[in-house]
Design a protein around this ligand. Structure first.
Ligand code: NOJ
Length: 558
């Protein structure tokens, strides 16, 4: 590929790291993480190989949905620092070669947002149309709520004006009316503001809900995808390489619509479907659910990208599995009710789900970095943090980052009972799992993760290449290949607790007539390979291999 096709598409092989300032590092001892603390940890992130930090919401908020309930789109929550501290954070990240993106939550605001306070004050207030109202008693929408443990309708009656407002999420999060041009302008203005301060783009919250035009006469506001295109054009004009990474948990065919017909809407979307099938494969010790899902995943424009993840900050949702498949995953990884949430997901992190089996945990992360897409890590995954099941709902995985084995995990000098969130205890607690110890242990998960990230960055085939599942007879093994510019990387993953042998038959175009170079990327060995040579490869239980066949003169890093 030529420069004209590839330059500036930094998200194609980025390493994205999601963190919440509140729980990452506290510099002033008040028990709440802050921008200054996180800035001090920038070298850690750079050393790990992170290329893009994704900040969870840091805006002023009543904190009824951990900051996803925003009451001022132009500010920084005072507990986390000031706008100046945020800019210093972004500046420090850039100095270490990292970009920063942030959550933008524009499907709704907090009910404390001045717009909503105005809107609910009277029916003829100029801000009334910033939200979606209905005057008639709403029908039963209990099946449409996102948080079934807390809500039973997507409409809530506002007593003062006697009308109902739409809220897809909690009732304290009224949905913005994006069919109102004034709201659209506000969204653009606010995105422009954060771009001026140095962000490289946004993780767009709840995109399908945000684009809904409920409450307006059909057709009046135009096609919501036209709007997403115009937002994307606006952003690109402000900053040519800005990314929009969208949360769209829908079947693939629907997701395609959000990339846009001409790759002119979201640049990236999380791959919720493959993530869920990955857990089904892990539960069954059978690679086929994941393999067939990836094979069926529709092709996307080279400018677009999937964002792959094995854990995020929400429940590990299994909503796109069938009831019986979900039961299988629950039985394998979260059999107790307290491990489950909303009847559709798990409150757990990877290491406890894998029973603490380091080999199996490594296999999961080897997949994360070698499946086609851009890997996204949730803070603490790199050291193997666990969850605190005593914490309600999704917050079980949003515990303070574990830096040391000290009482407050090196997260804060405040005592543990004064921290913004309780710590993890038990096998994954800070006394057993922390950055300081992991950095000094060559066999740690952290060390392994660093190696994976380096190899992933050294293999443009992974981020850029064309993906193919390789046919082979063992159902427990996922064998796949990523090909880019004539070079291939072969990836093997054994989902079973038994060893496996895989024969890889090299196609004519895998190895050039003059021979190539076979590199075992994780075992640091290499040798020449001849055309027509088959490879017989051993995989230990939950084993994995990354192999690259390169043409002479390719110049890949060795
Ligand atoms: C999706 C976010 O990931 C989640 O944490 C939040 O509660 C909802 N959107 C509402 O903003």
């Amino acid at each position: 590929m030529r420069i004209t096709d590839t330059a500036d598409l930094w998200w194609k092989n980025a390493v994205i790291y999601c963190l919440d300032i509140e729980t990452f590092c506290d510099s002033d001892g008040d028990g709440v993480g802050d921008f200054s603390g996180a800035a001090q940890r920038m070298d850690y992130l750079a050393e790990l190989g992170v290329t893009c930090v994704w900040l969870m919401p840091f805006y002023p908020s009543p904190q009824k949905d951990d900051g996803y309930d925003v009451m001022d789109f132009y500010g920084v929550d005072g507990r986390l620092g000031t706008l100046g501290d945020l800019v210093e954070f972004i500046r420090t990240a850039k100095d270490r070669g990292m970009r920063v993106i942030a959550d933008i939550v524009v499907n709704h605001t907090s009910d404390q947002h001045p717009w909503f306070q105005q809107a609910r004050s009277s029916k003829d207030n100029p801000y009334r149309d910033f939200y979606v109202w209905r005057s008639e008693e709403p029908p039963d929408t209990s099946k449409e709520v996102v948080f079934p443990d807390k809500e039973n309708s997507i409409w809530n009656k506002d007593e003062k004006t006697g009308e109902w407002y739409l809220h897809r999420f909690y009732s304290h999060q009224p949905d913005l009316n994006i069919s109102n041009p004034a709201v659209r302008d506000e969204i653009a203005k606010m995105m422009g503001f954060w771009m001026e301060l140095g962000l490289s783009g946004f993780r767009v919250d709840a995109v399908p809900f945000f684009l809904e035009t409920m409450g307006t006469p059909e057709g009046e506001s135009g096609d919501p995808h036209d709007y997403l295109q115009s937002l994307r054009r606006f952003l690109s004009r402000r900053s040519g390489d800005a990314v929009l990474l969208g949360e769209v948990n829908l079947p693939y065919e629907k997701q395609l619509e959000f990339f846009g017909d001409a790759a002119d809407e979201l640049n990236m979307q999380f791959d919720f479907i493959a993530m869920q099938q990955l857990y089904l494969s892990l539960a069954r010790g059978d690679a086929r659910p994941l393999a067939s899902t990836l094979e069926a995943r529709p092709p996307i424009d080279p400018d677009n990208q999937w964002a792959t993840f094995v854990r995020n900050h929400d429940e590990l949702t299994l909503d796109k599995l069938s009831d019986s498949e979900r039961k299988e995953v629950f039985a394998a990884f979260g059999p107790e009710e307290r491990m489950q949430v909303f009847g559709r997901g798990l409150k757990r992190r990877v290491p406890p789900m894998m029973g603490g089996d380091l080999q199996r945990i490594k296999m999961v992360y080897s997949l994360l970095f070698s499946l086609p897409g851009t890997p996204v890590l949730f803070y603490g995954e790199e050291i193997g943090m666990g969850e605190n099941l005593d914490i309600e709902g999704r917050l079980a995985v949003r515990t303070p980052m574990q830096w040391t084995d000290e009482d407050s995990a090196g997260f804060s000098s405040a005592p543990p009972d004064k921290l913004v969130a309780p710590l993890v205890s038990g096998a994954c607690g800070p006394d057993k799992v922390n950055v300081a110890a992991a950095r000094r242990d060559p066999a740690s998960l952290l060390g392994f993760m660093g190696t994976l990230i380096r190899r992933y960055r050294e293999c443009p085939e992974l981020g850029w290449g064309e993906f193919q599942v390789i046919d082979q007879p063992n159902p427990a093994v996922l064998a796949h290949r990523s090909v880019w510019e004539g070079n291939s990387v072969f990836l093997l993953h054994n989902f079973a607790a038994e060893p496996a042998t895989v024969t890889l038959k090299m196609d004519d175009d895998d190895v050039p007539a003059e021979g190539g170079l076979l590199t075992d990327l994780l075992q640091d060995s290499r040798r020449p390979i001849s055309p027509g040579e088959d490879l017989e490869l051993e995989l230990e239980p939950y084993g994995f291999r990354w192999l690259r066949v390169q043409r002479p003169g390719t110049g890949r890093l060795w």
